[in-house]
Design a protein around this ligand. Structure first.
Ligand code: GDP
Length: 414
């Protein structure tokens, strides 16, 4: 059985053009899911739609791509859930926010916080989604990391706290100072940024790095009593583990938004970002239960996020694939869904069969035998499934928190 704590249902949110496609592509590259890093432009990458994707059998809204990452000797699974960045797709953004546990918000280091970033940010606030921020495009003309951090505080009203300090900007962007370990991460150019070295913090950056480390300590110490007492009594004794624990607490409770920086395009910054997702964003286990309504009693009912609870799941997207036909993307909230199980669709009242289960990898579907609490999978065969449907184990009725979506506005030409 899969370890829940090693799972991350992750969204990448951004203003259009901030680099979501590029960053996603780099993530799939570093995690070994794609083997060729292409020139990125719209319509020619894994998350976007183009005729090539039809060939692969995967459509644009491959709304949930599964990929794996090794971190400190353990294997972690990411389900990358697509959150459209276009304003017109606000409803779709909300739909995906409902099923993810944490998100990375990308900003362009030159354009900073744009109106659309604010819209997406507020949506994530509404769903209580803990976030990390990644200030991308540090190599771009006009890039300014600290200005974006200040804008996040001012315009998004979030306590943006750098965990890294980029060294240099534009053509001179060299790497980032890791404020926890107090070393300087520099990527090797020769292998498309797959490896990096940790060097001593350059002399001329030491004062600024210490200033931002102090800021980090101050912002998180109050959420961790051990760190706080060490901070007050003997700051020298603070370990990286103390700091990581405190950052995680503060980030999960959304007291802070940890900020990292880099340039996806120049292959700098993505691996530490993946590590930070593991270290500071929640796994499904961090939400121990889901609340729904039992339609028979009309009372609230709780399902624990464990494999022992009765199965419940939510359809958050329905895809039509050229090869396999209709597939429902389901987030399993409790229990286990096995291949071939009969489940109830609470909206239609019908008993339906989950004839096949799949994981969506970047270029293929992989059949799986079961999906357990916290996981996301594609289900083939669910008759009449629609977005928003709750699926349950037979005899265990529950309707998961209804998702309210505004009706589309219909305009009349006069
Ligand atoms: P999306 O609209 O958020 O998906 O953004 P894309 O990933 O398509 O990127 C938009 C444009 O910015 C493309 O031309 C990318 O090549 C470029 N881009 C993405 N990341 C970076 C970066 O780190 N630095 C620079 N200079 N350009 C980038």
């Amino acid at each position: 059985m899969k370890k829940l704590s090693n799972l991350r249902n992750l969204g990448i949110m951004a203003h259009v053009d901030a680099g979501k496609t590029t960053t996603t592509e780099r993530i799939l590259y570093y995690t070994g899911m794609i083997h060729k890093m292409g020139e990125v432009h719209h319509g020619n990458t894994t998350m976007d739609s183009d005729p090539q994707e039809e060939k692969r059998g995967i459509t644009i809204s491959s709304a949930a791509i599964t990929t794996f990452w090794q971190h400190q000797g353990q294997k972690y699974q990411f389900n990358l859930i697509d959150t459209p960045g276009h304003v017109d797709f606000t409803v779709e953004v909300e739909r995906s926010l409902r099923v993810l546990d944490g998100a990375v918000m990308l900003f362009c280091a030159a354009s900073g916080v744009e109106p659309q970033s604010e819209t997406v940010w507020r949506q994530a606030d509404r769903y209580g989604v803990p976030r990390l921020a990644f200030v991308n495009k540090m190599d771009r003309k006009g890039a300014n990391f600290l200005r974006v951090v200040a804008e996040m505080k001012q315009r998004l009203k979030t306590n943006a706290v750098p965990l890294q300090l980029p060294v240099g900007a534009e053509d001179d962007f060299r790497g980032v100072i890791d404020l926890l370990n107090m070393n300087f991460i520099v990527w090797n150019d020769d292998d498309v940024g797959q490896t990096f070295q940790r060097l001593p913090v350059p002399e001329e950056w030491q004062a600024e790095a210490l200033h931002w480390r102090e800021h980090l300590l101050e912002q998180v110490a109050e959420y961790d009593p051990v760190l706080l007492s060490k901070y007050v009594e003997n700051a020298e004794s603070i370990t990286v583990a103390d700091l990581m624990r405190a950052i995680r607490q503060a980030a999960l409770q959304m007291h802070i938004t940890p900020v990292l920086g880099g340039s996806a395009y120049k292959n700098k910054g993505v691996q530490p970002l993946l590590d930070a997702v593991i270290d500071y964003l929640p796994s499904p286990q961090d939400k121990s239960e889901v609340v729904g309504i039992n339609p028979e009693t009309e009372q609230e009912e709780v399902r624990q996020t464990t494999v022992n609870a009765p199965f419940s799941g939510l359809v958050f997207k329905v895809l039509v694939d050229k090869f396999v036909g209709k597939m429902a993307l389901v987030r399993v909230y409790s229990g286990v869904l096995n291949r071939g199980d009969f489940v109830n669709n609470m909206r239609t009242g019908q008993k339906v069969r989950a004839s096949r289960l799949r994981q969506i990898l970047s270029d293929k579907y992989e059949g799986i035998d079961q999906a357990s609490a916290g996981d996301i999978c594609a289900v083939v065969g669910l008759k009449d499934a629609r977005t928003g449907d709750t699926l349950t184990a037979q005899g265990q009725p529950i309707v998961l928190e209804a998702m309210q979506f505004p009706e589309p506005v219909i305009g009349y030409a006069i």
